[in-house]
Write a protein that binds this ligand. Structure first.
Ligand code: ATP
Length: 443
């Protein structure tokens, strides 16, 4: 289980949505959706690497790009020593036989006009393997292998249940005897009871046929039992990767910890504890946050040197800052809410926004700074409000981009061990921000 079968190195897939002729004529910069943004990992022979992350974090784009179903915008993939994006002719054909993909939705990924037998044998026909009688025989035995019966070969997808359709999809992926299968959310659309059966089938087949899997899911509990290692993705990047038990027992990245906190617990004692789920929405991959992309939702955001606000309050301050920086506070609406069309009662405006934005008690010095910022907003000076908060509350997490160091269980977080260049940048940043309000505004 040590040799890598698949090596993904700095893989990048940006979608350029606004790259129209007009944009090109006017010289407008195309707006990139940074769906996969510099992903590196290995899948070792015979193992299952689970990839998890919330919807939209780039899992399917990663799968499709590494299978060469989409063109990458950067990086490379190596399959058994061969550079996948440079293959052509017979070598590309061989790759397409050795690596298969099985998609999520059992209701849309199978062609409704084809019988189970036609669906399963299609890859064999494409690659011109066997006579049609041999292919039919192969489909019958595959149906049996995946827990269906050979006499269902002439039925259409609508005659099968969701779990049975996934079995057909899996039989199709197995038809050509691949070594590597990308399973893209193979059980997400199924009931929990059926999920377990399909997962068992995947595990049995892997053992029987020495398969290597890349198993994609948005749900950590699904990958736990089938994966040897797990990679956690957030906004197009891998933020942590490691052996499955370590990821579950000793998660390193605040995002992984938050994902684990949101997994429902079986045991009652644990179920009753306070579970802090991940706050806020995933930022747009068109405009990901600077520095660490998880910082806008992170419960462990690092404070600048010399500042020591209780963490919950710091988080509220940071969220308030983000709203101001992004222009997400409607000043006109706030004045309407305080019922002051002449905009004279600044105190009412300040009290109203202060109590809406903060549940936490703030230290006196911070209370003053927050009120100063809100007064600037009341005066219509959003930039002054943003600058006031930026000066005191700028976090290294927004200035420095963490990276995955080498090792068995790395995580991309400034709180954890980082590659030398990131450590150095962090130290230099700290040195130039020695106390709240000192030097911070120079950036
Ligand atoms: N063809 C496309 N053109 C432009 N943007 C796209 C395209 N396909 C996906 N995206 C965007 O890229 C990002 C990543 O999408 P992707 O489907 O890879 O994520 P995912 O983690 O697989 O999500 P899900 O689990 O919902 O499928 C999303 O913001 C999505 O809107």
């Amino acid at each position: 289980m040590t040799d890598p079968l698949v090596t993904v190195d700095g893989l990048e897939k940006y979608y350029y949505e606004n790259d129209t002729l007009l944009d090109r004529l006017t010289g407008a910069e195309p707006e990139a959706v940074q769906a996969v943004d510099g992903v590196s990992f290995e899948v070792r022979e015979g193992e299952t690497l689970g990839v998890v992350g919330e919807s939209g974090c780039g899992k399917s784009t990663l799968a499709e790009t590494l299978m060469r179903l989409r063109d990458p915008t950067g990086g490379s993939v190596t399959f058994d020593g061969e550079p996948v994006f440079e293959l052509s002719g017979g070598d590309l054909d061989a790759f397409r036989r050795r690596a298969q993909v099985m998609f999520q939705d059992p209701f849309s990924s199978l062609d409704p006009r084809m019988t189970a037998g036609e669906i399963i044998t299609e890859p064999l026909a494409i690659h011109d393997v066997g006579t049609s009688a041999e292919r039919r025989e192969r489909a019958e035995s595959l149906l049996e292998e995946v827990g269906l019966s050979a006499d269902q070969i002439d039925r259409y997808p609508h005659e099968f249940s969701g779990g049975q359709r996934q079995r057909i999809g899996f039989a199709r992926a197995l038809a050509i005897d691949p070594e590597f299968i990308v399973l893209d959310e193979p059980v997400s659309a199924l009931d929990v009871s059926v999920q377990a059966q399909v997962l068992n089938l995947l595990a049995d087949m892997q053992a029987e046929r020495d398969l290597t899997y890349l198993f994609i899911a948005h749900d950590l509990s699904v990958v736990r039992h089938i994966s040897d290692r797990v990679a956690v993705m957030y906004l197009g990047k891998v933020v942590e990767i490691g052996p499955t038990e370590e990821i579950f027992e000793d998660p390193q990245h605040p995002y992984t910890k938050a994902l684990l906190e949101s997994v429902p617990r079986a045991d009652t004692e644990e179920r009753s504890r306070t579970v802090e789920t991940i706050r806020g929405d995933v930022p747009s991959p068109r405009n990901p946050p600077s520095g660490c992309s998880f910082r806008t939702r992170c419960p462990e955001l690092i404070q600048p040197p010399g500042l020591d606000v209780p963490q919950a309050a710091f988080r509220e301050i940071s969220e308030f800052r983000t709203r101001i920086e992004n222009g997400n506070i409607d000043v006109d609406l706030r004045w309407e809410q305080v019922d002051d069309p002449d905009r004279e009662d600044r105190t009412a405006f300040v009290d109203s926004l202060r109590s809406e934005a903060f549940d936490e008690e703030l230290p006196a010095a911070d209370e003053d700074v927050i009120l100063e910022a809100i007064r600037a907003l009341a005066d219509g000076d959003r930039e002054a409000a943003a600058a006031t908060l930026r000066e005191r509350y700028r976090s290294p997490c927004e200035a420095i981009e963490p990276a995955l160091p080498a090792g068995d269980h790395p995580s991309a977080c400034l709180l954890n061990e980082q590659p030398d260049e990131v450590e150095t940048a962090h130290e230099e940043w700290e040195a130039s921000h020695d106390a709240p309000g000192v030097g911070a505004s120079s950036e």
